[in-house]
Design a protein around this ligand. Structure first.
Ligand SMILES: [Zn+2]
Length: 65
């Protein structure tokens, strides 16, 4: 339940968000900022929600598929 406390602060403050694990269907709480997962979060089943924070560093390489 997000507290509507001004929209500007929301852009910088990590938000505790619930995501459904695609492996086991459990609801996992993880921290996001602007809809992106801030840090790797492990579900009880072992599934890892990978951090999705935007890469701003120029040396960051794109993912190799
Ligand atoms: Zn799971």
């Amino acid at each position: 339940m997000a507290i509507m406390d001004g929209c500007e602060a929301k852009h910088k403050t990590p938000v505790l968000e619930e995501r459904v694990c695609p492996m086991c269907g459990e609801t996992v709480e993880l921290f996001t900022r602007r809809g992106r997962v801030l840090e790797d979060t492990v579900c009880d089943c072992g599934y890892i929600f990978k951090a999705e924070e935007q890469l701003s560093a120029p040396q960051a390489k794109k993912k190799e598929a």
